[in-house]
Design a binder for this molecule. Structure first.
Ligand code: SME
Length: 161
């Protein structure tokens, strides 16, 4: 799915801006969490062409457990505080990793992954899940992605967790 020509920042921002109302319409009125996360992962895959893997890890006790995703088979359980996903969950902040080899404790589900972004999904002050995007390209994700994904994570926080 990696594109040979990187999108401009403006193109990326425009794609996220277009996706948000589409997601709002897609999720509106549907109470089933798994269906909504699955469709969101599929919609994001269409939007974020640089991503090799897009999916959710859902908080269960003190671990994150694999939820709906698009991409290759992935690690199932990640402890809070471990890896990029666990760090984003424990610190309740978006983590951008331009080069996974430079992130101590990065969990390599796919040896081809080079960069990653993880966005926490917060409901009533609690991290209920994280949204994880990986890429085979170095530095595929930046602040434009973080800004584009933030309102999507906020929308997802309103689901039936
Ligand atoms: N790389 C992640 C693990 C999840 S996979 O990328 C799908 C991490 O370090 O938390």
């Amino acid at each position: 799915m990696a594109e040979s020509v990187a999108l401009t920042a403006a193109d990326k921002a425009a794609r996220y801006a277009e996706l948000l109302p589409q997601l709002q319409a897609l999720l509106d009125g549907e109470p089933d969490l798994v269906a909504n996360l699955a469709n969101t992962a599929a919609a994001l895959r269409e939007c974020v062409s640089a991503a090799s893997w897009i999916g959710f890890y859902v908080t269960k006790g003190d671990a994150l457990v694999l939820g709906p995703f698009q991409g290759k088979v992935a690690c199932v359980r990640i402890a809070f505080g471990r890896g990029v996903c666990g760090t984003a969950a424990a610190e309740k902040r978006t983590v951008i990793v331009p080069d996974v080899e430079q992130f101590p404790g990065h969990i390599a589900c796919d040896a081809g992954s080079r960069s990653e972004i993880v966005v926490p999904i917060v409901r009533d002050g609690r991290v209920v899940a994280v949204l994880d995007l990986d890429s085979y390209d170095l530095a595929a994700f930046d602040e434009v992605d973080a800004r584009g994904l933030a309102p999507i994570a906020e929308l997802l926080g309103t689901l039936a967790w």
